[in-house]
Design a protein around this ligand. Sequence first.
Ligand code: F6P
Length: 365
Amino acid sequence: MKKRLLIATGGGDCPGLNAVLRAIVKRAQSEPQWEILGSIDAFNGILLDPMRLVELTPKTVAGIHVQGGTILGTTNKGGPFNWPVQKADGSWETVDRSADFMERLRYQNINAVINIGGDGSQRISQGLFELGCPIIGVPKTIDNDLSDTDFTFGFQTAVDAATDALDKLVTTAASHHRVLILEVMGRYAGWIALHAAIAGGAEVCLIPEIEYDINKVMQAIERRVTSGKGFANIVIAEGAKPVAGSMSYSNNDQPGGMPIRLGGAGLRLSQELKDAGCPIEIRETILGHLQRGGRPNAFDRILASQFGVKAFEMVLAGQWGQMVSYRHPNIVSVPLRDAIKTYNLVDVDSDLVNTARGLGISLGD
Ligand code: F6P
């Protein structure tokens, strides 16, 4: 009887997911005893009735490494430990279906699981591993906030999108003598904002790791105005917050979803600057999901392919409870429990932050 490997893509989508799927299937071609299945929409494919599983073959994954999104679909809501159920009165509760999930894996004769996802998905992987699931994690997030890996795939493509946006905003800011604010993703970590600000040449970069003082931001703008430049570009991460303030968010509309749905950091900053008497006009751009969709760049295709090949080799070696990791120049494995312990945040004393400061970028402190 063939061995069965189940793959799921969970959490927010990310450029490079399809390249991982293709790499796993290609690597498995030399191990014909393995049959590869994909679970539709993260683990919903297992948890829904009827189950929604698809066979992944060399034919179904041919050429998909250049495509954005995930051919398996995904969700950042629910999951085996946090399954949303609507009650008779219309309200919602979440229930633990992990035992049911394990039973369904047994029913499908699944011998191994690869879960491709970010922090939330890898917490699910660790929880399932503790229940005895033969599972391996593959780290994914454009935010690059997963610990124990140098980079996650998707991040560099998101930085390209943010930098491209900033390049465009710089020219219109200069033409109109304005402050242009670009809000980028980054819930807890300011990696995208910082990389784009350096690559695109922003004057101000506000990240979740450094609370900003609006007076310091104003000073940076005033320096630009008095120096004769007359315009300024600001990159702000969605999770950035003012001194003693909080993240800008709207409540989740569904149970079992992310604990906080962010939004509004750029607009709030714009209002704060107006209130502080900003001497020139301000406009705001929210880049949003343009950072998450579309084709992965070459770096992310390569990293995702490396992760896929390594993940399948970890299956062959039975390295359950481990996550694939990039430790330049090697692809290694690390315990899932270590990877989910803390977020990979920007180190405020790092060379990267020093570079930003050295370039004259104000970090609002
Ligand atoms: O975690 C990745 C991420 O892109 C965050 O930066 C962002 O806050 C979130 O996903 C957005 O999720 P959604 O697609 O559900 O709005």
